[in-house]
Design a protein around this ligand. Structure first.
Ligand SMILES: C[S@@+](CC[C@H](N)C(=O)[O-])C[C@H]1O[C@@H](n2cnc3c(N)ncnc32)[C@H](O)[C@@H]1O
Length: 301
């Protein structure tokens, strides 16, 4: 079965150098309409050869060993079926750290880094760096939000929840991998239903796609991200209504809730927060991403 994905398209890997195999793989992915063929090919060849990017550049003239050719071919075959590169290699970078990913949780997205920036800005503004903060991450998935903040804020502790037990197992593995397991707990639950106590910061990147948007998803997302992580109900806002209804009861005095939103949802989510008796944070409020689209909303009691 080795080399089928490349050979079927007139490309062979055995006998080529790593650099030539990269060019062949990128060409196959480009012809298949992948959006970032060079980047994908580079990540897949580094993974197949067990090389960092720097080592790959240094060894680009080495001949490809047969077992590396077979691994590269298998992963190109998976990519041609639209499986995301992160899923093929089993990890994804988020805010400078490498998270394990699997079919049970959303692949961490760069958009969600906006949430991290807003949270860290709040901590700095309030002088909370030395305070033993309590964080709550609802719908934690891979754990990328909670774990990143625990890594950035060594004095913080946090609870991550999800309705998916399999996602929680992945998040716990990521907490161990990234050295924050002693400050992170994970429990299964339906949004805030079973949560008690007081938290300084509640975070959530809930499923927020409307039914009309689900129908338009790329194959990479529709076939490989869990539906539970995407589907926000008929208008995409179900989870915000559920979460905000109880958020005020579990916020510590001066605490904040910070949610990621879809680019067109700022007004609706702000209205839902106000309807639940929460006020938009005066300084951080609605936060845009690098492209200027509103991507997170912060509010307090
Ligand atoms: C958009 S994903 C976000 C994952 C992760 N926090 C991130 O930012 O990459 C939403 C998460 O919410 C979880 N979820 C969906 N419905 C839920 C519910 N009723 N209660 C708790 N979590 C839920 C999903 O399993 C999924 O992990």
């Amino acid at each position: 079965m080795a080399e089928t994905a490349l050979r079927h398209r007139g490309e062979r890997v055995a006998g080529l150098t790593l650099g030539q195999a990269f060019a062949a793989a990128a060409s196959v992915l480009r012809q298949a309409g992948c959006e970032t063929p060079e980047l994908d090919a580079r990540l897949l060849i580094c993974e197949a050869a067990g090389l960092t990017h720097e080592a790959y550049i240094a060894r680009a003239r080495d001949e490809v060993a047969p077992e590396i050719a077979a691994r590269l071919d298998a992963s190109i075959g998976r990519r041609l079926k639209r499986e995301p590169v992160s899923r093929i290699i089993g990890s994804r970078e988020f805010y400078g750290r490498s998270f394990l990913v699997d079919p049970n949780a959303l692949d961490p997205r760069p958009d969600t880094e906006t949430l991290i920036e807003a949270a860290l800005e709040l901590v700095e503004r309030n002088g909370w760096q030395k305070r033993p903060l309590k964080l709550l991450d609802l719908g934690t998935g891979t754990g990328c939000i909670l774990i990143t903040l625990l890594a950035e804020l060594p004095q913080a502790n946090g609870l991550g929840t999800d309705i998916s037990a399999a996602a929680l197992a992945l998040a716990a593995a990521n907490a161990r991998r990234l050295g924050v397991a002693t400050r992170a707990s994970f429990i299964a639950g339906d949004w805030l239903d079973a949560i008690g106590g007081e938290f300084d910061l509640i975070l959530a990147n809930p499923p927020y796609l409307a039914a009309s948007e689900i129908a338009l998803l790329s194959r990479e997302v529709a076939e490989f991200d869990p539906r539970l992580a995407l589907d926000g109900g008929p208008d995409g806002l179900d989870a915000y209504r559920r979460i905000t209804a109880r958020a005020g009861q579990v916020l510590a005095p001066g605490g904040r809730i910070l949610v990621e939103i879809g680019a067109t949802q700022a007004d609706d989510v702000a209205e839902i927060l106000r309807g639940a008796g929460l006020r938009l944070d005066e300084a951080i409020g609605i936060r845009p991403d690098l492209a200027g689209r509103p991507r997170s909303v912060m509010a307090g009691v």
